[in-house]
Structures are given as structure tokens and as C-alpha cells.
Write a protein that binds this ligand. Structure first.
Ligand code: TYD
Length: 207
């Protein structure tokens, strides 16, 4: 069935396997393409598995380049870490975060002694928030980002390579799947997130 879906989509809906968006259908759609589209929606409704059938391929996490990272022009280098790993960018924007938004984002830290200075720092300039998607992306992103304290962060991690003090650790990464879902909803509207398929999906995941 899965194989049939792939063939149907490649041969009937799309002129090539490299689609731009699932909403794009030929103007003169036939019953056959309607049927293929129905099959497509069927597999997309599963949410956390894809054509490949690998669970968690559509897991998502929130990554943010903090004000120090933006000021130091590190956005590109930080994004590169996630791109070169093979994760898929599905949302990105630059904004000046409000205290209210940050207090929700950091709700578990409100009583910590460092919370006021954290808020001051996080509102000191624009940040770049992103949503990345892929298998085990939450856990793997924490490894890519490194320990909260840059002194403890391994060389090769973002914090290990680009920062030296916990108060300016350059980047945020969600620390659990549930936390990621909460944070993504907090920072992004649904329509700001793109569902798209990589043309080289087969090079990243087993068919
Ligand atoms: P936390 O959620 O514990 O870490 P992480 O960002 O790795 O998930 O803390 C949030 C941020 O608060 C952290 O990135 C940097 C700042 N922070 C301090 O400034 N001082 C501290 O002692 C701690 C624990 C965090």
C-alpha cells in the first residue's frame, strides 16, 4: 500500500518526485489523482510516520538563536549544524521577544535567582526562532547544542564552540518532546510552519 502511494504520487500528482507543497494539485484533476490525493492525506494524517514508515520522522523541536548569537552573527553557522546533520527546517522567524512570551517559555524557571537577568538578556535584542524536524530531533539537538553551561559543553557542540559563560550561551533547544510541542505552539502559528518533503528523503532515511 505504501509503495502504491509513492508510485501514485510520483506518477500522477507530481511531474517529478520533488514536490513543493501538498496543496498544489493540477487544475484538471482526474478521479485518479483525486484518489491519489486521498491516499496522500491518509498517510499524512498519521502525523508521526511518513512514507518510509519510520516512527518519529516528523518529530519537531524549537531552536532559538539568542540575542548574543544574533549580535555575533552566528545565525548561519548555527543553522548549518542542523542542516548538515540532515534535519529539515520547517519554520523560522526573527523577532523581539516580549517579557510575557518569555515568562511562558521559561515558566519553570520563574523562581530561579537568575531569572531576572535571563529575562533582561533575552529581551536585549532580536532572536531567531526555528522549528526543525526529523527522527529523534529533540534529543539529537540537545547533543548538537551541548551542555547548558558552556564550560561543561564539549568542543564540537554549538555552546562548546561559540560561548564561554552560562549567562550568554547563544542558543536554546527544547529539552523534551512534550516541551518542544508546547514551545512550538507558543512561538509559532500553525500557518507559519511548512509541511514540505525533501527531494533526497531516501538519502536520509531507509525507504
Ligand atoms: P535551562 O532551561 O536550565 O537550560 P537549557 O537552556 O540548556 O535548557 O536554563 C535556561 C537558560 O537559563 C539557560 O540556557 C541559561 C540560563 N541559565 C542561567 O543564566 N544561569 C543558570 O544557572 C542556569 C541553570 C541557566
Amino acid at each position: 500500500m505504501v509503495l502504491f502511494q509513492r508510485c501514485a504520487l510520483k506518477n500522477l500528482i507530481l511531474p517529478s518526485p520533488y514536490c513543493r507543497g501538498w496543496g498544489v494539485l493540477p487544475a484538471s484533476k482526474s478521479y485518479i489523482t483525486e484518489f491519489a490525493f486521498f491516499l496522500l492525506l491518509g498517510h499524512r494524517c498519521t502525523g508521526y510516520s511518513t512514507i518510509s514508515g519510520i516512527p518519529g520522522v516528523r518529530e519537531r523541536t524549537l531552536i532559538a538563536v539568542k540575542p548574543d548569537g544574533v549580535q555575533r552573527r552566528l545565525v548561519g553557522q548555527i543553522m548549518q549544524r542542523f542542516e548538515q546533520k540532515g534535519f529539515k527546517l520547517v519554520g523560522m522567524k526573527m523577532l523581539q521577544a516580549s517579557e510575557e512570551l518569555l515568562s511562558q517559555h521559561y515558566q519553570e524557571l520563574r523562581r530561579k535567582p537568575f531569572y531576572p537577568s535571563l529575562l533582561y538578556y533575552m529581551t536585549s535584542g532580536p532572536i531567531v526562532v526555528m522549528v526543525w524536524e526529523g527522527h529523534n530531533v529533540v534529543r539529537t539537538s540537545r547533543i548538537i547544542v551541548g551542555d547548558t553551561n558552556p564550560s561543561e559543553a564539549q568542543a564540537g557542540t554549538v555552546r562548546g564552540d561559540f560561548s564561554i559563560h552560562i549567562s550568554r550561551n547563544v542558543v536554546h533547544a527544547s529539552d523534551s518532546v512534550e516541551g518542544a510541542q508546547r514551545e512550538i505552539q507558543l512561538w509559532f502559528h500553525r500557518k507559519e510552519l511548512m509541511d514540505w518533503d525533501c527531494y533526497n528523503h531516501n538519502s536520509t532515511y531507509e525507504l
